[in-house]
Design a protein around this ligand. Sequence first.
Ligand SMILES: Cc1cc2nc3c(=O)[nH]c(=O)nc-3n(C[C@H](O)[C@H](O)[C@H](O)COP(=O)(O)OP(=O)(O)OC[C@H]3O[C@@H](n4cnc5c(N)ncnc54)[C@H](O)[C@@H]3O)c2cc1C
Ligand SMILES: NC(=O)c1ccc[n+]([C@@H]2O[C@H](COP(=O)([O-])OP(=O)(O)OC[C@H]3O[C@@H](n4cnc5c(N)ncnc54)[C@H](O)[C@@H]3O)[C@@H](O)[C@H]2O)c1
Length: 484
Amino acid sequence: MKSHYDLIAIGAGSAGLGVAIAMKRLGFDVLLIDRKDQRIGGDCLNDGCVPSKALIHVSRMIHNARRSQPFGWKMEGATDLAAVMQYVHERIEIIRAHENATYLRDSEKLDVELGTARFVGKQQIEIGGRVTSAKNIVLCTGSKPQQLNVAGIDQVKVYTNENIFTLDELPERLLIIGAGPIGMEMGQAFQRMGSQVTVVGAEDRILSKELPEVSTLLQKRLAEEGIDFRLNRKVKAFRDANTAEVAPENGETEQIPFDVLLVAIGRTFNFDDLNLTAAGIELDDKGRIKLNDYLQTTNEHVFAAGDAAAGAPAGQRYFSHAAELHVSTLVSNLITPSRVLDKKLTYDNFSWVTFTDPEVATFGLLEEDLRKRNIRYERVDYDFAHDDRAVIEDYEYAKMILFTEPTGLNPFSTKILGGTIIAPNAGELAQELILAIQQKLTAGDFFNKIYPYPTASRVNKSVWIDHISDNLPGVVRKAVKWLY
Ligand SMILES: Cc1cc2nc3c(=O)[nH]c(=O)nc-3n(C[C@H](O)[C@H](O)[C@H](O)COP(=O)(O)OP(=O)(O)OC[C@H]3O[C@@H](n4cnc5c(N)ncnc54)[C@H](O)[C@@H]3O)c2cc1C
Ligand SMILES: NC(=O)c1ccc[n+]([C@@H]2O[C@H](COP(=O)([O-])OP(=O)(O)OC[C@H]3O[C@@H](n4cnc5c(N)ncnc54)[C@H](O)[C@@H]3O)[C@@H](O)[C@H]2O)c1
């Protein structure tokens, strides 16, 4: 480790790896720090995106195998969770081959230190008893699961995303607290593998960041697969190691027996070890780092990225690709010679996907953003009932909701502002729409594109064919007829 660097990144998850590699490749002297080699890759690789999506992949195969029975396949069996987890961990190790200290030192020429970092000055970091400094430091220390603090919890073996992928026996009864993306993705995966899943959610609907009709449709599909929902309820206490006492605000308490408890009730931060006060870095009243629009902390030499940047004025987004957006904003600002040219963080072109089946993809401006900003918009609802691919593959229930500019005299010039798709592979279907928002493409651009039949993404044209047909001004129809 050198005594001084151009930049130090603390934490080697999506944010830390991104900023360190980008700055190094641009020619700067960079130090990357994480607690230990097995943590490099952060939550995403070790106990977030990668293991969860691998588990979802396996559970979908099991579900599809079961669904083939009406077509003559006779299958029986039970999930061997140890074998499933072996697959999950093999996938992690494949990615770890290029996300580890040796690889980063040898191939990316980064300085990598393993240990817990703490501030000992405004630009000074101590790690393993040694001190180094940097012109700029980026806090990429991520987040951790929020704990459930209720009476009797100490008797229970609590699982979170940090240890659920170590299970090697399928629980008969899995109780999940929290109906957010972790609860829904893991709940469906375990239900499909053969557990009886019960979900307790504090709000009146699942995935409360989505449009209400999307939550309702997804909940219906998950309930049809057998998940038992107890919404508008909280765990009040644990009677013993396998019984939760659950109740609505002013209602009767119900006992829910379980074999395994998964808690997924949101995130908190990893700031305790950092000694932030030594660097003059302040937290807000929610325990988030105070940041300006440029991801800068109250110490002008220290910035935050990834889950650690939840205190940004633009809002909090706990996603790997949010870390990617923070990194590109930061790197571009760090190498820009004049502060006047600095880019503010904005989520206007952001998107996310919840990898349930059906998937939920949400992109661009949310309806609440449009209302808050007094932006005039129209809502376009598209039902997949008459989409040939949806009929062929049995997902006529799917929906697309777009928020568009108000249709003017020329409906072909309408642009998308945001929207949501709930459908199998919605995350892939939405990609074209996300690009359209970013590049300001119009309804006419989709209308004029010829999509191979019967690709699923033809819906991105069908929605406009319907919309344009419904909104073509009478004068245009008359003119066309007159010219005919
Ligand atoms: C179950 C689950 C599924 C998810 N699925 C998705 C998904 O499908 N798509 C998606 O986009 N996002 C997903 N996410 C969110 C995504 O994982 C996170 O947003 C992302 O990992 C955040 O990256 P980060 O770099 O900010 O933090 P992290 O990945 O948490 O990395 C932080 C690193 O900092 C290190 N660190 C902390 N403190 C110190 C210190 N003092 N000294 C040294 N090192 C330190 C930690 O060891 C850790 O490695 C999921 C999350 C979970 C929990
Ligand atoms: N596909 C993806 O991109 C993906 C997948 C999983 C997680 N993530 C990220 O990880 C983050 C964390 O996920 P999460 O699901 O833990 O958090 P979340 O904050 O999104 O959802 C937690 C849910 O738990 C509920 N809750 C809180 N306290 C409760 C209590 N005591 N009893 C019952 N319910 C309670 C909340 O009302 C909320 O609906 C997400 O915000 C998301 O950004 C992303």
